[in-house]
Design a protein around this ligand. Sequence first.
Ligand SMILES: C[S@@+](CC[C@H](N)C(=O)[O-])C[C@H]1O[C@@H](n2cnc3c(N)ncnc32)[C@H](O)[C@@H]1O
Length: 277
Amino acid sequence: MSEDLTHPSVARIARRGADPDESARASRVWWEREADEYQAEHGDFLRDVGFVWGPEGLDEEKARLLGDPAELSGARVLEVGCGAGQCGRWLRAQGVDRVVGVDVSLRQLQHGLRIDEATGCSLATAQADAQRLPFVDSAFDVVCSAYGAFPFVPDAVAALREVARVLRPGGRLAFSVSHPVRWCFPDDPTGRGLTATESYFDRRAYVEEDDEGRALYVEHHHTVGDWVRAITAAGLSLIDLVEPEWPADNEQVWGGWSPLRGRILPGTAIFVARKGD
Ligand SMILES: C[S@@+](CC[C@H](N)C(=O)[O-])C[C@H]1O[C@@H](n2cnc3c(N)ncnc32)[C@H](O)[C@@H]1O
Protein backbone atom coordinates (compact mmCIF):
# COMPACT_ATOMS: atom_id res chain seq x y z
CA MET A 1 0.00 0.00 0.00
CA SER A 2 3.05 2.28 -0.26
CA GLU A 3 2.77 3.01 -3.99
CA ASP A 4 3.05 6.68 -4.87
CA LEU A 5 -0.37 7.70 -6.14
CA THR A 6 -0.60 10.61 -8.52
CA HIS A 7 -3.69 12.71 -8.86
CA PRO A 8 -4.10 13.91 -12.41
CA SER A 9 -7.47 15.29 -13.40
CA VAL A 10 -10.18 13.39 -15.22
CA ALA A 11 -9.73 13.47 -19.00
CA ARG A 12 -12.72 11.32 -19.96
CA ILE A 13 -15.48 9.09 -18.71
CA ALA A 14 -15.81 5.57 -20.11
CA ARG A 15 -18.08 2.56 -19.74
CA ARG A 16 -15.72 -0.42 -19.85
CA GLY A 17 -14.44 -3.37 -17.87
CA ALA A 18 -12.04 -2.89 -14.94
CA ASP A 19 -10.44 -5.85 -13.15
CA PRO A 20 -10.07 -6.22 -9.35
CA ASP A 21 -6.57 -4.68 -9.18
CA GLU A 22 -7.40 -1.70 -11.38
CA SER A 23 -10.62 -1.15 -9.42
CA ALA A 24 -8.90 -1.26 -6.01
CA ARG A 25 -6.15 1.06 -7.23
CA ALA A 26 -8.70 3.53 -8.58
CA SER A 27 -10.55 3.49 -5.25
CA ARG A 28 -7.29 4.32 -3.48
CA VAL A 29 -6.49 7.11 -5.93
CA TRP A 30 -9.96 8.61 -5.60
CA TRP A 31 -10.44 8.24 -1.84
CA GLU A 32 -6.91 9.46 -0.96
CA ARG A 33 -7.66 12.60 -2.94
CA GLU A 34 -11.30 13.10 -1.95
CA ALA A 35 -11.33 11.98 1.70
CA ASP A 36 -10.84 15.48 3.17
CA GLU A 37 -13.65 17.00 1.14
CA TYR A 38 -15.91 13.96 1.67
CA GLN A 39 -15.54 14.10 5.46
CA ALA A 40 -16.01 17.89 5.50
CA GLU A 41 -19.16 17.66 3.39
CA HIS A 42 -20.80 14.56 4.86
CA GLY A 43 -19.29 14.23 8.35
CA ASP A 44 -22.21 15.96 10.10
CA PHE A 45 -24.77 13.71 8.40
CA LEU A 46 -22.75 10.55 9.13
CA ARG A 47 -22.03 11.67 12.71
CA ASP A 48 -18.72 10.77 14.37
CA VAL A 49 -20.38 7.94 16.24
CA GLY A 50 -23.28 6.95 14.00
CA PHE A 51 -24.38 4.12 11.75
CA VAL A 52 -26.17 5.45 8.67
CA TRP A 53 -26.83 2.99 5.84
CA GLY A 54 -27.01 5.58 3.04
CA PRO A 55 -28.13 9.04 1.91
CA GLU A 56 -31.76 8.34 2.93
CA GLY A 57 -30.50 8.38 6.51
CA LEU A 58 -31.72 4.91 7.54
CA ASP A 59 -30.04 4.49 10.92
CA GLU A 60 -28.96 1.14 12.39
CA GLU A 61 -30.25 2.49 15.72
CA LYS A 62 -33.75 1.95 14.30
CA ALA A 63 -33.18 -0.53 11.48
CA ARG A 64 -31.50 -3.25 13.57
CA LEU A 65 -30.30 -5.06 10.44
CA LEU A 66 -27.40 -6.49 12.44
CA GLY A 67 -29.70 -7.54 15.28
CA ASP A 68 -30.04 -6.13 18.78
CA PRO A 69 -26.72 -4.47 19.76
CA ALA A 70 -27.17 -5.82 23.29
CA GLU A 71 -26.94 -9.34 21.84
CA LEU A 72 -23.83 -8.38 19.86
CA SER A 73 -21.73 -7.41 22.86
CA GLY A 74 -19.51 -10.49 22.64
CA ALA A 75 -19.50 -10.63 18.84
CA ARG A 76 -16.50 -10.14 16.59
CA VAL A 77 -17.53 -7.57 13.96
CA LEU A 78 -15.78 -6.50 10.76
CA GLU A 79 -16.71 -3.26 8.98
CA VAL A 80 -15.60 -3.45 5.34
CA GLY A 81 -14.75 -0.19 3.56
CA CYS A 82 -15.14 1.60 6.89
CA GLY A 83 -14.00 5.05 5.73
CA ALA A 84 -13.56 7.09 8.90
CA GLY A 85 -15.19 4.29 10.89
CA GLN A 86 -18.38 6.04 11.97
CA CYS A 87 -20.40 2.79 11.83
CA GLY A 88 -17.86 0.66 13.67
CA ARG A 89 -17.46 3.39 16.28
CA TRP A 90 -21.23 3.40 16.83
CA LEU A 91 -21.12 -0.35 17.44
CA ARG A 92 -18.27 0.16 19.92
CA ALA A 93 -20.37 2.78 21.72
CA GLN A 94 -23.20 0.21 21.98
CA GLY A 95 -20.87 -2.07 23.93
CA VAL A 96 -19.63 -4.25 21.07
CA ASP A 97 -15.99 -4.54 22.13
CA ARG A 98 -14.42 -6.42 19.26
CA VAL A 99 -14.97 -4.34 16.11
CA VAL A 100 -12.39 -3.95 13.33
CA GLY A 101 -12.61 -1.71 10.29
CA VAL A 102 -10.72 -2.10 7.01
CA ASP A 103 -10.45 0.40 4.21
CA VAL A 104 -8.28 0.70 1.11
CA SER A 105 -7.65 4.41 1.72
CA LEU A 106 -5.07 5.55 4.28
CA ARG A 107 -6.49 9.08 4.27
CA GLN A 108 -9.95 7.82 5.19
CA LEU A 109 -8.41 5.84 8.07
CA GLN A 110 -6.48 8.94 9.17
CA HIS A 111 -9.80 10.76 9.47
CA GLY A 112 -10.88 7.86 11.64
CA LEU A 113 -7.90 8.41 13.95
CA ARG A 114 -8.79 12.11 14.18
CA ILE A 115 -12.35 11.22 15.20
CA ASP A 116 -11.12 8.54 17.65
CA GLU A 117 -9.13 11.22 19.47
CA ALA A 118 -11.95 13.79 19.39
CA THR A 119 -14.61 11.39 20.68
CA GLY A 120 -12.56 9.13 22.95
CA CYS A 121 -14.28 6.21 21.20
CA SER A 122 -11.76 4.36 19.07
CA LEU A 123 -11.92 1.69 16.39
CA ALA A 124 -9.16 -0.77 15.48
CA THR A 125 -8.46 -0.44 11.76
CA ALA A 126 -6.24 -1.80 9.00
CA GLN A 127 -5.55 -0.66 5.45
CA ALA A 128 -6.67 -3.48 3.17
CA ASP A 129 -8.54 -4.33 0.01
CA ALA A 130 -11.93 -5.93 0.66
CA GLN A 131 -11.16 -8.36 -2.14
CA ARG A 132 -8.22 -9.77 -0.11
CA LEU A 133 -9.07 -9.57 3.56
CA PRO A 134 -6.11 -10.01 5.95
CA PHE A 135 -7.98 -12.33 8.33
CA VAL A 136 -8.17 -16.06 8.92
CA ASP A 137 -11.26 -18.08 8.04
CA SER A 138 -14.29 -17.73 10.35
CA ALA A 139 -12.71 -14.79 12.22
CA PHE A 140 -15.97 -12.80 12.52
CA ASP A 141 -19.55 -13.29 13.68
CA VAL A 142 -20.84 -10.25 11.77
CA VAL A 143 -19.62 -8.34 8.71
CA CYS A 144 -21.17 -5.00 7.80
CA SER A 145 -20.58 -2.35 5.20
CA ALA A 146 -22.40 0.92 4.50
CA TYR A 147 -21.49 1.76 0.90
CA GLY A 148 -17.97 0.56 1.65
CA ALA A 149 -16.15 -1.44 -1.03
CA PHE A 150 -19.08 -3.36 -2.56
CA PRO A 151 -20.07 -0.61 -5.04
CA PHE A 152 -16.46 -0.73 -6.26
CA VAL A 153 -15.85 -4.47 -6.87
CA PRO A 154 -16.02 -5.98 -10.37
CA ASP A 155 -16.57 -9.58 -9.29
CA ALA A 156 -19.44 -9.67 -6.82
CA VAL A 157 -19.18 -13.45 -6.38
CA ALA A 158 -15.46 -13.32 -5.55
CA ALA A 159 -15.90 -10.38 -3.15
CA LEU A 160 -18.76 -12.07 -1.33
CA ARG A 161 -16.87 -15.37 -1.19
CA GLU A 162 -14.01 -13.51 0.49
CA VAL A 163 -16.40 -12.05 3.06
CA ALA A 164 -18.06 -15.45 3.55
CA ARG A 165 -14.60 -16.94 4.15
CA VAL A 166 -13.95 -14.71 7.18
CA LEU A 167 -17.50 -15.13 8.50
CA ARG A 168 -18.15 -18.02 10.86
CA PRO A 169 -20.91 -20.51 10.05
CA GLY A 170 -24.19 -18.93 11.13
CA GLY A 171 -22.68 -15.43 10.91
CA ARG A 172 -24.48 -12.42 9.43
CA LEU A 173 -23.59 -10.03 6.61
CA ALA A 174 -25.33 -6.74 5.83
CA PHE A 175 -24.08 -4.33 3.17
CA SER A 176 -25.49 -1.36 1.29
CA VAL A 177 -24.83 -0.24 -2.28
CA SER A 178 -26.36 2.23 -4.70
CA HIS A 179 -29.68 0.72 -5.74
CA PRO A 180 -28.95 -1.03 -9.07
CA VAL A 181 -31.90 0.68 -10.77
CA ARG A 182 -30.06 4.02 -10.39
CA TRP A 183 -27.72 2.91 -13.17
CA CYS A 184 -30.49 3.59 -15.73
CA PHE A 185 -30.65 7.27 -14.80
CA PRO A 186 -28.26 10.25 -15.03
CA ASP A 187 -26.57 10.88 -11.67
CA ASP A 188 -28.37 14.19 -11.37
CA PRO A 189 -30.39 15.29 -8.31
CA THR A 190 -32.77 17.42 -10.40
CA GLY A 191 -35.67 16.36 -12.62
CA ARG A 192 -33.14 15.46 -15.32
CA GLY A 193 -32.22 12.50 -13.13
CA LEU A 194 -35.71 11.03 -13.55
CA THR A 195 -35.50 10.04 -17.21
CA ALA A 196 -33.91 6.67 -17.93
CA THR A 197 -31.11 6.91 -20.48
CA GLU A 198 -29.03 3.75 -19.93
CA SER A 199 -29.77 0.04 -20.09
CA TYR A 200 -30.21 -1.60 -16.70
CA PHE A 201 -28.52 -4.64 -18.22
CA ASP A 202 -25.30 -2.90 -19.27
CA ARG A 203 -22.78 -4.29 -16.74
CA ARG A 204 -19.81 -2.25 -17.96
CA ALA A 205 -18.24 -0.20 -15.17
CA TYR A 206 -18.39 3.59 -14.91
CA VAL A 207 -14.74 4.68 -15.21
CA GLU A 208 -13.19 8.14 -14.92
CA GLU A 209 -9.81 8.08 -16.71
CA ASP A 210 -6.77 10.32 -16.93
CA ASP A 211 -5.38 11.33 -20.32
CA GLU A 212 -3.42 8.05 -20.54
CA GLY A 213 -6.49 5.90 -19.94
CA ARG A 214 -5.62 5.09 -16.31
CA ALA A 215 -8.65 4.68 -14.07
CA LEU A 216 -9.05 7.41 -11.44
CA TYR A 217 -12.48 6.31 -10.22
CA VAL A 218 -14.33 3.07 -10.89
CA GLU A 219 -17.83 2.06 -9.88
CA HIS A 220 -19.35 -1.30 -10.84
CA HIS A 221 -22.93 -2.19 -11.68
CA HIS A 222 -24.50 -5.47 -10.60
CA THR A 223 -28.22 -5.93 -11.08
CA VAL A 224 -30.46 -7.01 -8.21
CA GLY A 225 -30.45 -10.53 -9.64
CA ASP A 226 -26.65 -10.47 -9.91
CA TRP A 227 -26.37 -9.62 -6.22
CA VAL A 228 -28.86 -12.32 -5.20
CA ARG A 229 -27.03 -14.95 -7.24
CA ALA A 230 -23.63 -13.77 -5.90
CA ILE A 231 -24.87 -14.06 -2.31
CA THR A 232 -26.07 -17.60 -2.96
CA ALA A 233 -22.89 -18.56 -4.87
CA ALA A 234 -20.85 -17.40 -1.87
CA GLY A 235 -22.67 -19.89 0.38
CA LEU A 236 -24.88 -17.27 2.01
CA SER A 237 -28.67 -17.11 2.30
CA LEU A 238 -30.50 -13.88 1.63
CA ILE A 239 -32.57 -12.81 4.65
CA ASP A 240 -33.76 -9.39 3.47
CA LEU A 241 -33.38 -6.76 0.78
CA VAL A 242 -34.12 -3.36 2.30
CA GLU A 243 -34.93 -0.41 0.02
CA PRO A 244 -35.11 2.59 2.36
CA GLU A 245 -37.69 5.22 1.46
CA TRP A 246 -36.68 8.87 1.45
CA PRO A 247 -38.02 10.44 4.68
CA ALA A 248 -39.96 13.72 4.42
CA ASP A 249 -37.63 15.43 6.91
CA ASN A 250 -34.42 14.64 4.95
CA GLU A 251 -33.76 17.71 2.79
CA GLN A 252 -30.14 17.00 1.90
CA VAL A 253 -28.79 16.63 -1.62
CA TRP A 254 -25.92 14.10 -1.75
CA GLY A 255 -24.49 13.85 -5.24
CA GLY A 256 -27.28 12.44 -7.38
CA TRP A 257 -29.45 11.63 -4.34
CA SER A 258 -32.10 14.21 -3.47
CA PRO A 259 -35.57 14.52 -1.93
CA LEU A 260 -37.01 15.04 -5.42
CA ARG A 261 -35.62 11.78 -6.80
CA GLY A 262 -35.92 9.93 -3.51
CA ARG A 263 -39.71 10.38 -3.51
CA ILE A 264 -39.87 8.45 -6.81
CA LEU A 265 -36.88 6.15 -7.14
CA PRO A 266 -35.06 3.82 -4.73
CA GLY A 267 -31.56 5.10 -4.00
CA THR A 268 -30.05 2.39 -1.81
CA ALA A 269 -30.23 -1.38 -1.62
CA ILE A 270 -29.22 -3.12 1.63
CA PHE A 271 -28.67 -6.86 1.40
CA VAL A 272 -28.85 -8.89 4.60
CA ALA A 273 -27.58 -12.47 4.48
CA ARG A 274 -26.55 -15.35 6.70
CA LYS A 275 -23.86 -17.95 6.30
CA GLY A 276 -25.17 -21.51 6.61
CA ASP A 277 -24.21 -23.57 9.66
C1 LIG B 1 -18.74 5.90 0.44
S1 LIG B 1 -17.42 5.43 1.52
C2 LIG B 1 -18.31 4.56 2.75
C3 LIG B 1 -17.62 4.59 4.07
C4 LIG B 1 -18.50 4.93 5.24
N1 LIG B 1 -19.46 3.88 5.53
C5 LIG B 1 -19.22 6.23 4.95
O1 LIG B 1 -20.45 6.21 4.82
O2 LIG B 1 -18.55 7.24 4.82
C6 LIG B 1 -16.64 4.11 0.61
C7 LIG B 1 -15.39 3.59 1.27
O3 LIG B 1 -15.05 2.35 0.65
C8 LIG B 1 -13.64 2.30 0.54
N2 LIG B 1 -13.28 1.32 -0.50
C9 LIG B 1 -13.49 1.39 -1.83
N3 LIG B 1 -13.04 0.30 -2.45
C10 LIG B 1 -12.51 -0.50 -1.47
C11 LIG B 1 -11.88 -1.78 -1.47
N4 LIG B 1 -11.70 -2.46 -2.61
N5 LIG B 1 -11.49 -2.30 -0.30
C12 LIG B 1 -11.66 -1.62 0.86
N6 LIG B 1 -12.24 -0.40 0.92
C13 LIG B 1 -12.67 0.16 -0.22
C14 LIG B 1 -13.24 3.72 0.21
O4 LIG B 1 -11.88 3.98 0.48
C15 LIG B 1 -14.20 4.51 1.08
O5 LIG B 1 -13.63 4.83 2.33
